[in-house]
Design a protein around this ligand. Structure first.
Ligand SMILES: NC(=O)c1ccc[n+]([C@@H]2O[C@H](COP(=O)([O-])OP(=O)(O)OC[C@H]3O[C@@H](n4cnc5c(N)ncnc54)[C@H](OP(=O)(O)O)[C@@H]3O)[C@@H](O)[C@H]2O)c1
Length: 341
């Protein structure tokens, strides 16, 4: 089967950073489904794993395959699979500890996969799983916001509103949790996109966000979801969080974070890592399949929209290098999807 892999961790400008390869068809384990991949989305995690980093420059003999956002059709199942049959349309983020989905056929544990929204094609659906799961887990599990509107009217600041995760978080916070949504964007294009998805107010993350919030009449907010540069925004988040409020971060800090800034407010800080359930094979890993089915229902009911913003065809190394370069710019809006072989 066709696949895109790497033998060395190289800058994306280097043609060998991602190369077209042929691999054997993988065989499903007991709980695996084998998926004929039709579309994939690219995420910052792909670029972080691909990029050169200390202690990892050694060329490998077998290509490493990246990619953790896919939509496709089930073509085979392991003997213990219960939720899917060949012919089912599925979408999923998968497992960072297994080969990724830059391949014509791909294995995923059935517990991590959801049924594709009926109203979407593979290209529009591929934009949703990794960012949708991250935003859902952050809002409804780590921040503990109600999915049934019990927190309606409370305020949230989403830092990085136009990115992949932000585009899902803004929609879920506004249309499912019914919060008052303040979201950050630094450019006209990203501001317009974020407002369209449901943000009530836009603040600019190039300026201190606590002061930006005050300009919109908010001395504090009940929740903060930080989707970019935790270090940059830490002090402003500590100032802006309401007493007994909650903050969730998804991006590694570079320096130690002064957690004591949150003490007098009894504010909570929680991490969200979308791969926790698959990496540690937690007893509730099936939740990810359930969340994807819930997101599919919300899409089919018209509550949520696909966040695809750019489509590259076909899925090959040249287009993936282009997508990685765009992601590395740090200013993409919504999702970049690659489709077809
Ligand atoms: N922990 C997890 O499970 C998890 C899951 C998914 C992603 N992540 C990480 O979360 C980050 C965001 O992911 P993503 O997919 O949403 O990325 P993305 O789509 O690449 O985000 C791009 C957006 O970031 C905004 N941005 C750029 N610099 C910013 C800053 N200093 N402060 C706030 N916003 C800024 C840009 O807005 P403007 O153009 O308007 O400046 C742009 O719209 C990445 O580091 C990714 O690796 C973690």
């Amino acid at each position: 089967m066709k696949a895109i892999g790497l033998y060395q961790y190289l800058p994306v400008e280097n043609e060998k950073s991602l190369v077209d390869v042929y691999l054997d068809r993988p065989r499903p384990g007991p709980r695996d489904i084998l998926v004929a991949v039709q579309a994939i989305a690219v995420n910052p995690v792909d670029t972080k794993v691909r990029a050169p980093r200390e202690g990892a420059e050694k060329p490998s003999e077998t290509p490493q395959v990246l990619g953790w956002d896919a939509a496709g059709e089930v073509i085979d199942t392991g003997e213990e699979v219960e939720n899917f049959r060949p012919g089912d349309r599925v979408y999923y983020a998968g497992d960072i500890t297994r080969p990724g989905c830059y391949s014509e056929m791909h294995l995923v544990d059935e517990r991590l996969a959801g049924h594709l929204p009926e109203s979407l094609d593979f290209t529009s659906a591929a934009a949703l799983p990794l960012t949708g799961l991250t935003a859902w887990e952050a809002l409804f599990e780590r921040l503990g916001i109600s999915t049934t509107g019990e927190d309606a009217g409370k305020s949230i600041l989403v830092i990085g509103g136009a990115g992949g995760v932000g585009s899902m978080a803004v929609q879920l916070a506004r249309h499912v949790a019914r919060l008052k949504v303040l979201a950050s964007a630094s450019r006209t294009k990203s501001s317009v996109w974020t407002k369209k998805l449901g943000a009530h107010h836009i603040v600019n993350h190039r300026h201190p966000l606590d002061r930006e919030l005050q300009e919109h009449g908010f001395d504090t907010v009940d929740y903060i979801l930080c989707l970019n540069d935790t270090d940059q925004h830490w002090n402003a988040m500590a100032n802006a969080i309401a007493p007994q409020g909650r903050i969730c971060g998804i991006v590694d800090n570079r320096d130690p974070l002064p957690l004591n800034l949150l003490k007098s407010k009894s504010a909570t800080f929680a991490w969200e890592f979308m791969f926790t359930r698959s990496r540690y094979r937690t007893p509730d890993m099936q939740r990810q399949g359930e969340i994807l089915n819930e997101i599919a229902r919300l899409v089919d009911e018209g509550v949520l929209k696909s966040t695809v913003n750019q489509v590259l065809e076909p899925i090959n190394a040249a287009n993936l290098r282009q997508a990685h370069a765009l992601i590395e710019s740090g200013h993409t809006i919504g999702k970049i999807v690659l489709a077809g072989w």
